[in-house]
Write a new protein. Sequence first.
Length: 197
Amino acid sequence: MKKTLCALIAGASLMLAGAAHAGVVDFDELNTDGDFASLSDISPYAGLSWSADWYAGDTSIDGYANGAKSGANYAVNGFGSDEMSISSADGFNFDGAWFAASQGVDDKASWINISAYDALNQLIGSTGNVAIGDNYLWVAASFSNVALLTITNEAGWFVMDDFTTTDATAVPVPATPLVLGIGLLALGLGRRLNRRG
């Protein structure tokens, strides 16, 4: 009985540890064929809805040799848009992403600002204006339960890679009934063992 109880508790711990998972969106599985591909056309992509003017590209495109932080693909603000958004009906936790200005284009963004909003459209937080250049810079955010994320800049082109999230619905809150159930099972087994002893 004690071995069974220990096995149940160990199994529950593994289930709880696996309940939350981080995801890195690196855009590398997208087929760009040396051109830009609209992310809004394939929304949801990576479980997220991408506003118009988000495009995926690869490093073979003129002016974007520095476009990817990892792999060969990246996301770019199409047409130099100054406000882009990413959303999810389920919510997500946003850890951060890598940003850079595009080396080979004349109209480069010099800063970006990331703001997060909850399902009621209330501001969760903002990074403020973060200066970016030709080399990739990690912009950390740590925003929880995001329904809408906006990325703004004054003008010009920027690239983004390794967009890092945690699924807000996978946070171990739903596992609480499992822990309670195991606790009740342990209590019942303990009483049964005490009656026999």
